[in-house]
Structure formats: C-alpha cells, structure tokens
Design a binder for this molecule. Structure first.
Ligand SMILES: *[C@@H]1O[C@H](CO)[C@@H](O)[C@H](O)[C@H]1NC(C)=O
Ligand SMILES: *[C@@H]1O[C@H](CO)[C@@H](O)[C@H](O)[C@H]1NC(C)=O
Ligand SMILES: *[C@@H]1O[C@H](CO)[C@@H](O)[C@H](O)[C@H]1NC(C)=O
Ligand SMILES: *[C@@H]1O[C@H](CO)[C@@H](O)[C@H](O)[C@H]1NC(C)=O
Length: 578
C-alpha cells in the first residue's frame, strides 16, 4: 500500500477512535503531561472533592487535548478519611461503570474515558485485612478495624479501566506509623496502546534500589512515571536536580509530577529524556497549578539516541546579580559535615587539586573563575568548598541509612562547613563576584557488589534548576550501567561559563543493604513478636497488555471537520501528525 494512503487510513482510524492525534505505536514520540498542583484547604472530604474537581478540570481542559498520558502528584488527592479500594489491574475494573469505589476515583475514571487519555493518580488506598484477607504486609492487620492503608498509584487507561496499581515501598518518616508496606515490593509495569511500556513508583522510592532500579535493570523499562511530594534538600537533592540527574544517570525517560507547597519544601516537576536532558521542568516559589507537556521520544532498541534540537545560547555575559530563589524552603544535607572538604579562598581564580576521603577514594578538581569586572564590594557572595566522600555513615534525608560516593563543589554562606546547604535569605544582596569559566571534576567510583549503584550528575543554579545537559560534558569509562561490577572513571566538565552555581557534583548512591527499622518493631530484621504475616497467593503478573482502544459511546463522533483535520495532517506527510 502506498505510504501516504496508509498514513491517511491510520489517521482516519484515529479519528474514528475519537481523537485528533493520539500517538500510534510506530510514531517516534508520545505526548505526555505532568501536573504540579497546590494543596487544598478544608475538611478531608472537602479537600478530596476540591482536588478531584481540579484534576477533572485539568483532564478536560483544552490545554490537555491530545495528551496520551497525564500524571498527577502524590498525596494531595484524598486522605485517610476518603480512602478508596483500588482494584488490581488483573481484575479488569473500570470504576466509571463499576462504581464500587470512592466517588473521586469513579469520576476521574470517567474523565479519563471521556477524554481518551491514560491518567496516573496517587491515592490513599484502603484494603480489608481481617482473617488473613488482603496482601502480605510487614505490619500486622490492625485488629480493631480490620482495615489497612497503602500509598498507591493507580493507572487508568483511555477507557477509564484500572490497568496498573503500585503500593509505595519506601515510606517517609511517620508515614510508617499509618501506612502498610508489602513484604514483596510491587514491581508495577504496564503497556500502552502507543507502544511504550511504563514502570512507576512514588517519591522517596527514587532513592532506593527496589523497585526503582529493578524496573530498569531487570525489566528493561525505559519510561518511568513518578508522582511525588518531594522535600527538597541542598546541596544535592532538590526536586528537579534529583529528577533530571536520576533520569540522566539511568538514561531513561521520566515523567515527574510534584505537589506544590514551596514554603513547605515541596515543588519541582518535569519531563526528562535521559541523557538528552529535560524536555520541560519547573520549580516555583509560589503555590502553583501547572500542566507541563512534552513530546517524549520513544526508546527502541537499535534506534539512535535522541538528541534535543540544538539551542542557540546567548553569548555569555558576566552578571553581578542574577535571579535567585529564596522562598522555596529546603532541608540541609547533614552528610556534608563528614565529607573531607576544603574551603576555597574567597577570591580564588584557579584551583587544581586532588582531595581524598580516607585512602580509598579521591576526586580531582580543576576550577577556574574570573572576577566581575565592576565594583562588587557592596554585595555578599557564596564561599565554595570542595567535598569528597565514600562510606556508609550517611543517610538519605535522615530517614534511611545509605552508602554514597561523592565528588562535589558546593556553595556555603561563610567559611564554616555548617553554612553549606543554605542559601542567603531574601533580604541579602548577593552577587556573583566571580563567574565560573571552567569546572572539571572527576573520580574513580568503586565497583558495586551485585550491581547496586547509580552515578549521576548533581548540579544546581540560583533558581534551583540543574545546569542544562548541553552545558556540561559527562564521561564514563567504562560505561557505568553496563559494567556495574567494575570501577568506573567519571568526569563532569562545565563547558560553558556560568554566573551562578550552588552545586556542581558527581553524586552516587550505592543502595545500601543495611536495614532501617524506623523505630518500628515489625521492621526489625528478625521480625517483631507481633508480626503475623499472612502469605496469600502471589499477586498476578504485573504487566498487562491492554486491549486496543475501541471507540466508545462517549468518544467524539468523527465529523466531517475531523476528517478534514486528518486530511490536512496527512497532506503534511508522515510525522506531521505528531
Ligand atoms: C532485558 O534485556 C536483556 C538484554 O537485552 C535481555 O537479555 C533480557 O532478557 C531482557 N529482560 C526482560 C525482562 O525483558
Ligand atoms: C591553573 O593552574 C594550573 C595548575 O596549577 C595550570 O596548569 C593552569 O595553566 C592554570 N590556568 C590558568 C588559566 O591560569
Ligand atoms: C561501613 O564501612 C566500613 C568501611 O568500609 C566497614 O568496615 C563497616 O563494616 C561498614 N559498616 C557496616 C555496618 O556495614
Ligand atoms: C568530553 O569529554 C571527552 C572525554 O574526556 C572528550 O574526549 C571530549 O572532547 C569532551 N567534549 C567536549 C565537548 O568538551
């Protein structure tokens, strides 16, 4: 069949299914949206109804038209009081017409079906557990209620059907007191009608091996969905910085949707294309309601790696004052206090030195700066430290133990190490008394027993955004992901001058297997006396292939004008309909 005719027929088929330009399996991209959204006020049931209406409004808005998939943030849709049952994907349930669920889930299922879009929600899930019912969890079933709760992602397909469910594995602080964890972590994977297979997890899970890294290493998943309610920490773990670094280190696509509560440390969402960098990202000083969208390149074995279109950078100019964020609250990373670190002179222009932590791990630093040509004396400026660490006495945001290896340049407010990881407050006038002309950081990162290692760039500027991938050179020899059992030399080099830098680092997580018990008896390694784990049948296989999308009653009729739209697209030739 003639290519053009074939293309036209495919497009007509898409029209009949009720949409203008859904991604087809052979298309090079799919169209994704992630939502950053502020938190509602009111009673739990008022909050749930406000958020459900807000999410529905976004799904139905013209802004969301043509999206193939839309991801909402963690934690803000419902709460314990409005917890819902959630079917497993294998049960083949469409809450829109099987309304045995909380009304918000029914309505959002109908909205997904009405607009023919995959929707990913994060909910408080309830499950009956009396008399051994329900899943095998680390905590016992509460005898008084016979109900347990999970922090759960729910994926609805274009027909509003639940096709995948994931229950959070690595809870955050006191969440352990109210939320259950499965004995065997969920490995949640689903296929789509546009030919992309996704894995998904939640928030703090990003800093652990299981299941986040397992999705990639053992299931070859290249597209990750990530609802989060992230608490940013300086200098290494602010929201966009971590998301972009994690997607880069793994070279996977990542759709990250964060809640928006900047004064409470939470903001920062984006869509990332692995080593090609961010397609879109945003972090905000004020509570926001945003739909970030991008055409995401599909990853197929054998296809050349996608590269962002080259951007014409404006010619670099030294600027004394550059915009900077002061209203996004952040944690401080107390791990830096035990790094081997050295304070650089306030006026340094050329540093070339090796710094070691113990005898086992050394990093090379080459940093050059130039002084601002004008008078900068009235302004304050960050001091910088070089820091090196390899060991097991760190934590992940003081919630779980960790093993990390780090080579870093980071900003401090004064000479004291205790001032690192804080930005100057809003009232301070801060200047780039020097700008960076070159930074080169490198180290040999040890082999990881059992392949549990992720090495990533961790960079940050004054607006809490990472340095764009086009502005640095990252090299690994041999390739870290392909050779986890080998030591790897990693070099990170700034290749464009830069006025403001808070962090420029190689940050790696060696995914410790030392247990954290969170002061919880049932999480003690040998099991607390009160544990009664009821092992039920293993859950059904995680990957389900959804049936092809058929035009449903609520699909738009394919009117003459739609046909004309399709004809128009097809006359623009292959690829134009995307
Ligand atoms: C993942 O890819 C590797 C190498 O291509 C292959 O050997 C393995 O079977 C794949 N695993 C799965 C679960 O598809
Ligand atoms: C910086 O210092 C290094 C080593 O001390 C030297 O090789 C290099 O030429 C210097 N660069 C500049 C621009 O002064
Ligand atoms: C932490 O690392 C040190 C040095 O490698 C090692 O001696 C020690 O056993 C480790 N601690 C634990 C609890 O594994
Ligand atoms: C990036 O680093 C590699 C290895 O050090 C080097 O060969 C290459 O020229 C660098 N590219 C740029 C653009 O600096």
């Amino acid at each position: 069949m003639n290519m053009k005719l074939r293309h036209l027929l495919i497009l007509l088929a898409v029209c009949v299914a009720g949409s203008y330009q859904l991604s087809l399996p052979d298309d090079p991209t799919y169209y994704a949206g992630v939502v950053e959204h502020s938190v509602a006020e009111g009673t739990p049931s008022e909050q749930t109804s406000i958020m459900s209406n807000a999410f529905r409004t976004i799904i139905e808005s013209p802004d969301a038209r043509d999206l193939d998939i839309i991801v909402f943030p963690e934690h803000i849709l419902n709460s314990r009081e409005t917890a819902t049952f959630v079917p497993h994907g294998a049960q083949n349930v469409t809450p829109c017409y099987a309304p045995d669920y909380e009304v918000f889930l029914v309505e959002l299922s109908c909205a997904a079906r009405s607009r023919g879009v995959y929707v990913v929600l994060n909910v408080v899930e309830k499950e009956l557990c009396a008399n051994g019912a329900g899943a095998a969890t680390l905590d016992p079933c509460p005898p008084a209620t016979g109900v347990r709760y999970f922090n759960t992602n729910v994926v609805l397909d274009r027909r509003g059907r639940v096709v995948s469910r994931y229950r959070k594995t690595h809870l955050w602080r006191r969440e352990y007191y109210s939320t259950s964890v499965l004995v065997e972590p969920d490995v949640a994977i689903f296929e789509t009608d546009f030919g992309v297979t996704f894995g998904h997890f939640i928030c703090f899970d990003m800093l652990f091996y299981d299941p986040a890294m397992r999705l990639i290493h053992e299931h070859n998943v290249s597209d990750i969905i990530y609802p989060t309610y992230w608490f940013s920490e300086l200098p290494f773990l602010s929201a966009v910085q971590l998301q972009e670094g994690w997607a880069f280190g793994n070279d996977v696509n990542l759709l990250a949707a964060d809640a928006s509560n900047p004064s409470g440390r939470t903001t920062g969402s984006g869509i990332y294309a692995g080593r090609a960098g961010r397609l879109t990202a945003s972090i905000n000083e004020m509570p926001a309601r945003l739909l970030l969208k991008a055409h995401v390149p599909k990853r197929r074995p054998g296809l050349p790696a996608y590269q962002l279109p080259a951007q014409l950078d404006p010619i670099f100019q030294p600027l004394l004052e550059t915009p900077r964020y002061t209203k996004v609250a952040t944690y401080r990373d107390y791990n830096v206090d035990i790094f081997t670190s050295t304070l650089l002179d306030a006026d340094f222009v050329n540093i070339s030195q090796q710094l070691c932590h113990g005898s086992a791990f050394c990093c090379d630093f080459h940093v050059q700066r130039q002084a601002f040509p004008g008078d900068a004396s009235a302004l304050q400026a960050y001091r910088y430290r070089l820091g090196v660490y390899l060991g097991n006495e760190t934590t992940l945001i003081r919630v779980d133990r960790s093993e990390q290896a780090i080579c870093a340049l980071f900003a401090c407010r004064d000479e004291e190490i205790q001032s690192c990881g804080y930005v100057f407050p809003e009232a301070s006038r801060v200047g780039n008394k020097h700008h960076f002309t070159s930074i080169r950081i490198g180290g040999t990162f040890p082999a990881a027993p059992r392949g549990r290692r992720l090495i990533m760039p961790s960079t940050l500027d004054g607006l809490f955004m990472p340095v764009a991938v086009a502005h640095y050179n990252w090299s690994e020899a041999p390739a870290a992901a392909a050779h986890p059992q080998q030591a790897v030399r990693v070099d990170l080099e700034l290749i464009r001058p830069r006025n403001d830098i808070l962090t420029f680092a190689i940050w790696s997580n060696y995914y410790t297997e030392l247990p954290s018990t969170h002061n919880m008896d049932h999480l003690q390694p040998n099991g607390g006396a009160t544990v009664t784990v009821t092992v039920t049948a293993p859950p059904p296989a995680v990957a389900q292939t959804p049936a092809p999308v058929a035009g449903s009653a609520t699909d738009l009729a394919c009117t003459l004008s739609l046909v004309l739209v399709c004809l128009l697209f097809s006359s623009m030739g292959p690829g134009a309909a995307n």
